[in-house]
Design a protein around this ligand. Structure first.
Ligand code: NDP
Ligand code: OAA
Length: 267
């Protein structure tokens, strides 16, 4: 059995825990919550058959097989970097955080010192295997369009560009590089950052973000061109009721990745 510690117990974390209850090969022993929400998280987990322990940091003597981040950008600094130094393998879902200058290099250095590895999860997007294989032969362009219902852009700079509550047609709220998208829309730019890391990098990956009052789904589309040929992907993700910024596929992506570590065949 694989022993896992999870950072964050919000929309993704709870969804993952619910699904893992059915897998005898995976056990989330502990959840790391922010100090201010530890009690709330304990209440959230009370109905689970075997609720994980709720902590605010990884104890010095803890040695989980895997640490999986489902929390946000700050959690990488606070928990992932120190765990890597201690030799604990980490899975990261907040991939948008890696657009911060120097963070990729710091993660690599921490993992090298701990002689361990970091896995970036595909989350809400598919086709990362094909894109990153295409990169080996050389890519010419990667263009991404992220389209979400208007409510998913609440509390973002989109609020300064348009009246989200009364939007009547799809409205482009951002066009530019993946680096700039991640800076302005950190909670909505994980896919853009993932495509960049798998493909042409943050400065050469072109991003368009759209607030679409006519869509109920989080739609992710990208096209790539290169020596391999061409590739178009369109994915209509159902948003999680607990957090409309987040697609349900992200939960399944975490469960798949953890399962691949525990099961005999990985796919
Ligand atoms: N790769 C991808 O495709 C996707 C990635 N994501 C990313 O996944 C992350 C989680 O998403 P989601 O579950 O929807 O978000 P939620 O806001 O629903 O949940 C996040 C939880 O993590 C907790 N948290 C935040 N910071 C820390 C910290 N430093 N230590 C411990 N706990 C912390 C929050 O608690 P509190 O608020 O009390 O701090 C909250 O309970 C986000 O960063 C999001 O950007 C989301 C969708 C797709
Ligand atoms: O659809 C999602 O779950 C999240 C998303 O767009 C992103 O962070 O890029």
């Amino acid at each position: 059995m694989l022993h896992i510690t999870m950072i964050g117990c919000g929309a993704i974390g709870v969804g993952v825990l619910e699904l893992l209850e059915q897998d005898p090969q995976l056990c989330v022993d502990a959840v790391i919550a922010s100090a201010g929400s530890a009690e709330l998280v304990r209440q959230r987990l009370a109905s689970f058959r075997q609720p994980p322990q709720v902590l605010t940091a990884l104890p010095a003597d803890a040695r989980p097989d895997l640490l999986v981040e489902c929390a946000g950008h700050k959690a990488i600094e606070e928990h992932v970097l120190p765990a890597l130094e201690r030799g604990i393998a980490c899975l990261i879902v907040s991939v948008g955080a890696l657009s911060e200058v120097g963070l990729v290099e710091r993660l690599e250095a921490a993992a090298a010192r701990g002689n361990t590895r970091i896995e970036l999860l595909p989350g809400a997007i598919g086709g990362i295997d094909a894109l990153s294989a295409a990169k080996v032969g050389g890519l010419d362009s990667v263009d991404y369009i992220g389209r979400k219902p208007a409510r998913a852009w609440k509390n973002t700079p989109a609020e300064q560009l348009c009246e989200l509550d009364s939007l009547s047609e799809p409205t482009v709220i951002f066009e530019g590089s993946a680096r700039e998208a991640a800076r302005l829309y950190p909670k909505n730019a994980n896919v853009a950052a993932t495509l960049s890391l798998a493909g042409l990098g943050l400065d050469r990956t072109r991003v368009t973000l759209i607030a679409d009052p006519l869509s109920e789904d989080n739609v992710h589309q990208f096209q790539a061109r290169g020596a391999f040929g061409g590739f178009e992907m369109s994915l209509r993700g159902k948003p999680l009721p607990a957090n409309p910024k987040t697609s349900a596929l992200t939960v399944y992506s975490v469960v798949r990745a953890l399962g691949n570590h525990a099961h005999a065949i990985s796919i």
